[in-house]
Design a protein around this ligand. Structure first.
Ligand code: SF4
Length: 200
C-alpha cells in the first residue's frame, strides 16, 4: 500500500480511501492512483505505519508535506493530528498542508478545527461550486445540500486556527467560477481554480 509518495518537491500522505462525497470529477472514478502510485488500501494505515514511512524520508528536503490521499483525510482526524505532531516535533521547519472537502465538522458532529492549530500551516478547502444545489449535483455528498453550508462554516472556523486558508473550485462546465471567487473574497480567504486533473 502507498502511504507516502513524492510528486515534485512535495511529499503526499494518504490516510484513507473513505470520503463523504462521490464527486463526479473524482480521480478515483477514473484511475487507481496518481503519479504511478497505487492508492487504494486493503487496510488503512495506523499512526505507527505512517511514522515508519516518514522515518524513511528526508523530510527537510521537501517543500511541503501534504495530506491529500485517495479520500477525505479529516475522516481520520485522530491519525492526522498524531502524525502532524510527530512531524512538527521532529521537523519544525516543515510546512504541512491539508487538502480537504471541508465537511469534517459534519462528519464528526463537532468542531474539529481547533485541533489543527499549530499543526496545519495551510488548508486548501474544496468549495467546488458557488451554491448548495450545484455542489450536491457535482459532489453527491452524503449530507445532501447541507454540505455546502457546512463547508462555508468550516472555512470560517479554519481561519481562526490555521495561518493560510485557500478555497478552490474545479474549472469545468457548470461551475460558476466568478460567483465562487466572490464567496472567497467575502470570506477573506485565498481563491484558486484547479484544473480537472489536479488533486484537491
Ligand atoms: S471530496 Fe475529494 S476524494 Fe472525495 S469524492 Fe470528491 S474529489 Fe474524491
Amino acid at each position: 500500500m502507498t502511504i507516502a509518495y513524492q510528486i515534485g518537491d512535495r511529499l503526499y500522505l494518504n490516510l484513507t480511501n473513505q470520503c463523504s462525497n462521490d464527486c463526479k470529477f473524482c480521480i478515483r472514478r477514473f484511475q487507481a492512483g496518481v503519479g504511478g502510485y497505487e492508492l487504494w488500501f486493503d487496510q488503512e494505515p495506523t499512526v505507527e505505519e505512517i511514522i515508519a514511512e516518514l522515518n524513511k524520508e528526508d523530510i527537510d528536503h521537501y517543500q511541503e508535506v501534504v495530506y491529500c490521499g485517495y479520500g477525505e483525510p479529516l475522516i481520520r482526524v485522530d491519525v492526522l493530528v498524531e502524525t502532524s505532531k510527530f512531524l512538527k516535533e521532529n521537523y519544525p521547519e516543515v510546512k504541512i498542508r491539508l487538502n480537504t472537502n471541508g465537511q469534517a465538522n459534519l462528519i464528526h458532529q463537532e468542531n474539529i478545527a481547533p485541533r489543527l492549530e499549530g499543526l496545519i500551516d495551510i488548508i486548501s478547502i474544496s468549495l467546488n461550486t458557488a451554491d448548495a444545489r450545484s455542489y450536491q449535483e457535482l459532489c453527491e455528498s452524503e449530507f445532501g445540500e447541507e454540505a455546502f453550508v457546512g463547508i462555508i462554516e468550516f472555512i470560517k472556523e479554519s481561519k481562526k486556527f490555521i495561518p493560510k486558508v485557500i478555497v478552490s473550485v474545479v474549472d469545468q462546465a457548470g461551475v460558476d467560477v466568478a460567483a465562487a471567487r466572490k464567496i472567497a473574497e467575502e470570506l477573506e480567504v485565498e481563491f484558486r481554480v484547479r484544473s480537472f486533473s489536479e488533486d484537491e
